[in-house]
Design a protein. Sequence first.
Length: 176
Amino acid sequence: MALSLEQKKTVVAEVSEVAASAYSAVAAEYRGLTVDQMTALRRKARENGVYVRVVKNTLARRAVQGTEFECISDSLVGPLMLAFSQEDPGAAARVVKDFTKETDKLQVKFLALSGKLLPANDLERLAKLPTRDEALAILMMLMKAPTEKLARTLNEVPGKLVRTVAAIRDQKEQAA
């Protein structure tokens, strides 16, 4: 079904708005997927804060103009599904990676992160990026470690004194 000019403008505006606020993008060829599989992929994507859209390549090129995803314009060839991470950089990669375990019909073509086009084999690396909460937890752990070590070290001085005094007391009791 052909889209009217107004519908095309709406699609371009929607995808452009999403691309402007997204952290990363994954493009995959969806040829051979059933409707049920695409529905399952979209459901999983929504649950993880990922925007998934099948867009004509000419409309996608217009939508990414002026965003950091402009680097993907030349790579938009063939039937592609675009997945944009809305909450953290690795979300789209994790969703697509998990889905490719279920079916081999979804073929990742390329990724985009921070204005750079990445090859499809970087999917695993991007999927391993920590979420915002995980990154904050790691940061807090790193900030907390020196103070904990200092507290343990300072606590060891009186502890060692107490153990020494107790050893002397035990020696005197045994001698007497």
